[in-house]
Design a protein around this ligand. Structure first.
Ligand SMILES: N[C@@H](CCC(=O)N[C@@H](CS)C(=O)NCC(=O)O)C(=O)O
Length: 216
């Protein structure tokens, strides 16, 4: 039995999608980001920082989406180059790059969406994080120009990074990023992505297509 601890719209989509790519079924247990259930002792016993995702598999619990991706690809022997193989370093770099970018997106989510009252928000910090996000998007745009996936073929690194794309375009307009837009379209066309999306239960985070920066 594989059980995924999940929140709609969160990083657990990476794992839901990867499991679908691997043809592995899982039970999904859903949580709210805001009702305190992620700080309950039973959840902290699974994920010590109180974060989603956590995955119960093979009689153990794994937390951190990047660790789950590395574990699943190792155990299943698919969707990642093995240690010593040519693209292994690139695979690990993009898996962890995706999480660097997700942390910036998370900061923007907190400022734009979760922090209340609005007067508690910091316009300079929001502008700074938008610039930091843009740096990661420019790097991604350069890397994706002329290629379909992060590595020479689709890999689990695409599940880590592909999840970020919808969130990126909530804060930075897509016009300057044609390679990322085309990559997003390839991601969305994957049957496993669509099956995962159907299981994911929607998006519990965004209520607007785009979030403008407030006046500084
Ligand atoms: N580095 C962690 C980050 C996990 C994380 O922050 N998840 C978010 C949802 S996308 C969460 O649980 N937020 C709840 C909170 O911050 O209290 C990972 O990749 O799994």
């Amino acid at each position: 039995m594989i059980r995924l601890h999940h929140t709609p719209g969160s990083r657990s989509m990476r794992i839901l999608w990867l499991l679908e790519e691997m043809g592995l079924d899982c039970e999904v247990r859903s949580y709210s980001l805001t009702d305190g259930s992620l700080r309950a002792p039973e959840f902290l016993a699974l994920s010590p920082a109180g974060r989603i995702p956590a995955l119960e598999i093979d009689g153990q619990v794994i937390f951190e989406s990047g660790a789950i991706v590395e574990y699943l690809t190792e155990v299943q022997g698919q969707l990642a180059p093995k240690p010593g193989e040519a693209e292994r370093a690139a695979f690990l770099s993009w898996v962890h790059f995706a999480e660097t970018q997700a942390n910036i997106l998370q900061a923007l989510n907190i400022h734009h969406i979760f922090l209340r009252p609005e007067s508690a928000r910091s316009a300079p910090l929001m502008a700074l994080d938008t610039k930091r996000l843009t740096v990661t998007m420019k790097a991604l745009e350069r890397h994706l120009a002329g290629r379909d996936w992060l590595l020479s073929d689709f890999s689990a690194a695409d599940c880590m990074l592909g999840f970020n794309i919808d969130a990126m375009f909530r804060f930075v307009r897509p016009e300057s990023f044609p390679a990322i837009v085309a990559y997003r379209d390839r991601v969305k066309a994957r049957p496993a992505y669509q099956r995962a999306l159907a299981k994911a239960g929607g998006d519990a985070i965004y209520t607007q297509d785009f979030y403008e920066l407030p006046d500084a």
